[in-house]
Design a binder for this molecule. Structure first.
Ligand code: MG
Length: 267
């Protein structure tokens, strides 16, 4: 198990796809006691994170804010999507961004130039953001009530899916240059998503990307997920993204009238 992030190696399987391969027993005896110890550590780490995520949710509820967790591989266009969103929506509703990367403040600089207040979290060797990092970022941002928070998670399709950061919705961004087989390769990420944004559809004529196949795979893991193809570069269908965000914030406002919006929701 990776103790930095708590992602498990307990169920890792290494399968050789070799027609000449014959089954043999394990080369080394396996230490099950070490397995149990790592499992207990993992459970403690995730329980602590869940507790801190409740604090984040409480902070957001008091300020009547909506929070969206953006997850993807590096290079899918998360930061570009946020730059465009800030340019188009910031007049309607104040936007704040938490940027997660292992190193550099490149993305927070881009967000700031686009006109929104941003915090950059550098995780060093870590591969995800957790609720503690988001909580500390929120205190630094001091966002105004009724605003919208985007958390751009560290770029990978594995560890960010395991950590509740107190968000109201989880968005997975993939681009058509990455291939249409990602949902079945990274099922945890897609099973937990409220929305899958498929970016760079302006490149579809130049790549082998089967949009219906992507839809089918995503829905086989997550029946209610919405799949939204768009192009940040050309602006094609970005209005659908804004409509989805509008539906999310409207749903949270409706919930506020009844009860604090603690539960994760998706439009
Ligand atoms: Mg980025």
């Amino acid at each position: 198990m990776c103790l930095t992030c708590g992602c498990g190696a307990d169920d890792v399987r290494v399968s050789l796809q070799d027609p000449h391969h014959h089954e043999h027993g394990p080369a080394h005896p396996h230490d099950h006691r070490a397995d149990r110890e790592t499992l207990v550590l993992e459970e403690r780490l995730l329980a602590k994170n869940d507790h801190l995520a409740e604090h984040v949710r409480a902070f957001l509820a008091v300020r009547r804010m909506a929070a969206v967790n953006l997850m993807s591989s590096p290079g899918s266009g998360k930061t570009s999507l946020l730059e465009r969103t800030i340019a188009d929506l910031d007049g309607d509703r104040r936007i704040y961004v938490v940027e997660g990367d292992q190193e550099t403040a490149f993305d927070a600089d881009r967000i700031t130039r686009a006109g929104a207040r941003a915090v950059q979290v550098n995780t060093g060797s870590g591969c995800h953001l957790d609720a503690d990092m988001v909580g500390r970022s929120l205190h630094a941002l001091d966002p105004e009530p009724g605003s919208l928070l985007f958390v751009e998670n560290v770029g990978n399709l594995v560890c960010p899916a395991l950590f509740d950061i107190g968000e109201h919705a989880r968005v997975v961004v993939i681009s058509v240059t990455e291939g249409d087989d990602k949902p079945l390769k990274y099922p945890t990420m897609f099973a937990a998503a409220d929305l899958v944004v498929v970016n760079k559809i302006d490149l579809l004529p130049h790549v082998d990307f089967d949009l219906p196949r992507l839809h089918e795979q995503a829905r086989s893991l997550n029946r209610d997920v919405t799949v939204l193809p768009l192009s940040v570069r050309t602006g094609e269908r970005v209005r659908d993204w804004y409509a989805w965000l509008g539906a999310l914030t409207a749903q949270l406002e409706e919930l506020e009238e009844g009860e604090p919006h603690g539960a994760a929701v998706g439009p």
